[in-house]
Design a binder for this molecule. Structure first.
Ligand code: SF4
Length: 335
């Protein structure tokens, strides 16, 4: 059996970030207040390795800020502190997240020198107006250029997008996903917009100039995005902000924050498939679907929502779900 993969995160909140995107309060999201330095890296990694026990293929991940926008000396301090762990084989790779306009030839050379394998680009949208309204401070072309440089240099590329930003629409999110697919990432993260206290977006929402992206809206659009990425064989490695105590206890004041967002999206994808297999002639009948092993609850939906809605929408008497071992993934058939 192959060893499991594990990630030791080191958060670098706002360190190196040249601007203030309307939705962002990184200190609040990561729960960290003090900028990371070499000692932080050594401490977090030592503690992380002790917790893991040594059976995993482990990476260090610098998340939270815009890593490659930090002054070069600080980047080298953080990356340098990770080197002994890399050299001893205690960790097998380094990954980090950054902004599209903070990638150039010098940066690429530095990341290579320090053994970085994976770079995550916070692109958020490929639409000019959405980026401007969110005060991202970079353009879609910056993202295309950064993705090209990183891929040509052999880095594993992960792209991050958001839904429900100011000026965004479902059609623009779909456009962003199609542009991502064209950039050939190894994986994607999707973050529906959450309104966090002490951000400009919070002020905009209070003033009425921004309408919140509801969980319901996010579930609908994310289900469509998942279909696109699945069809392109690009894994979605994260859907929605990681629930934290701080977010759950009040920092996330509105928007698409739900601890089980991924599950709701999966339920929705089954609902769409189920709906497409039911017709007018089924009115007054019970229908039965077969899904892959382990997928019954996803096909039924949380609190049997899919069953209830299908019965209401199509006038069915019941919906039954069975599992069939010959099916896999999102397969579904009607019997
Ligand atoms: S670039 Fe990243 S860290 Fe900086 S304000 Fe925007 S989201 Fe936050």
């Amino acid at each position: 059996m192959r060893p499991k993969r594990a990630i030791i995160p080191v958060f670098v909140p706002h360190l190196g970030c040249p601007n203030m995107c309307v939705f962002c309060n990184q200190r609040r999201i990561s729960g960290a207040q003090i900028p990371a330095d070499g000692d932080t890296v050594r401490r977090e990694v030592t503690e992380g390795l002790a917790r893991l026990g040594g059976d995993e293929r482990t990476s260090i991940a610098f998340y939270g800020g815009s890593f490659t926008a930090i002054p070069a000396a600080q980047q080298e301090e953080l990356l340098g502190a990770a080197q002994p762990f890399l050299a001893s084989g205690a960790i097998e790779s380094i990954r980090l997240s950054t902004r599209p306009d903070a990638i150039d030839g010098d940066v690429i050379e530095r990341l290579r020198r320090y053994g970085v394998r994976t770079v995550e680009l916070g692109v958020q949208s490929m639409c000019e107006d959405v980026l401007a309204a969110s005060k991202r401070g970079h353009t879609p072309d910056d993202a295309r250029q950064a993705a090209k440089l990183l891929r040509e240099a052999g880095f594993e590329l992960i792209l991050q997008m958001m839904t429900g930003l100011p000026c965004d629409t479902p059609a623009k999110s779909i456009y962003t996903a199609r542009e991502f697919i064209a950039m050939g990432p190894a994986g994607v993260r999707i973050y529906p917009t959450v309104i966090i206290k002490d951000t400009e977006l919070f002020d905009m929402w209070i003033a009425g100039s921004y309408k919140e992206h509801t969980v319901e809206e996010a579930v609908g659009i994310c289900a469509d995005l998942m279909e696109l990425f699945d069809a392109a064989h690009i894994p979605v490695i994260r859907l929605g902000l990681n629930p934290t105590d701080e977010l759950s206890s009040g920092s996330a004041v509105a928007g698409a924050y739900h601890p089980a967002l991924g599950e709701l999206v999966l339920n929705r994808r089954y609902f769409v498939r189920e709906s497409s297999l039911i017709g007018e002639s089924d009115r007054g009948k019970a229908v039965t679907f077969c899904v892959a092993p382990g997928r019954t609850s996803a096909a039924i939906g949380q609190r049997r929502r899919n069953v209830t809605e299908l019965c209401g929408l199509f006038g069915l008497t019941n919906v039954k779900i069975l599992e069939k071992s010959s099916l896999s993934g999102m397969d579904i058939v009607r019997i």
